[in-house]
Ligand binder design. Sequence first.
Ligand code: PXP
Length: 241
Amino acid sequence: MKKSSLRLGVNIDHVATLRNARGGAHPCPVAAAQLAADAGADGITAHLREDRRHIRDDDMRRLKAEVNLPLNFEMAATEEMLTLALEIKPNACCLVPESREERTTEGGLDVAGQETYLREFCAKLKAAGIHTSLFIDPDTAQVEAAARTGADIVELHTGTYAHHTDAVELVKLQNAAKLAHGLGLEVHAGHGLTFDNVGAVAAIPELVELNIGHFIIGEAVFAGLDIAILEMRRAMIEARA
Ligand code: PXP
């Protein structure tokens, strides 16, 4: 199939991590999102965790109100988050598994194990005009279950590939992307992507969006956020060439 262009969503959670380390207002994740927009990001992703360890409710409200880019609201599929999403009305909600003990989102959502619940949850978001995305491992059963929930998008968890750059894991991502696309889902990917490992993922033709956070924010310390974003974009474009 012909490769379409690949959007870059920048996850600004860890700007908030740094802010919260000192309890003040600096550095501001909303200002970072504005800078990302100026540097050519296609969207902003932020994860409002149950424990509010980085992004807070008011950050989400301000990201929607003040930044002129589609907002991808990452959240657990809970009633509390549903209420906030329906108030804030982001462009999309990406449903992720969440546990308080984890350092970051460690695996994909078990869609197959809670298909009915997620179908009803997605329906409520979709009724409010919010696109729905499910963050899943590149696994056939999960992709097929995601398609049955009526979600618009699957975001494939690239963490295992990113940490091991293993050929078997890459094939799983390629096959899951092909299957999801064939089932009518829009296909995104993210987690653990860096300049070194983004190429093989970006080359998967069915992917239309990558969401990248920790590496870009870390790299921004050395190069500046705008340069980090431009370099990531360059690596993605090169991989698609
Ligand atoms: N996509 C999802 C669904 C995530 O949970 C995360 C991590 O918050 C990312 C993308 C970005 O991952 P990273 O920060 O490792 O680039």
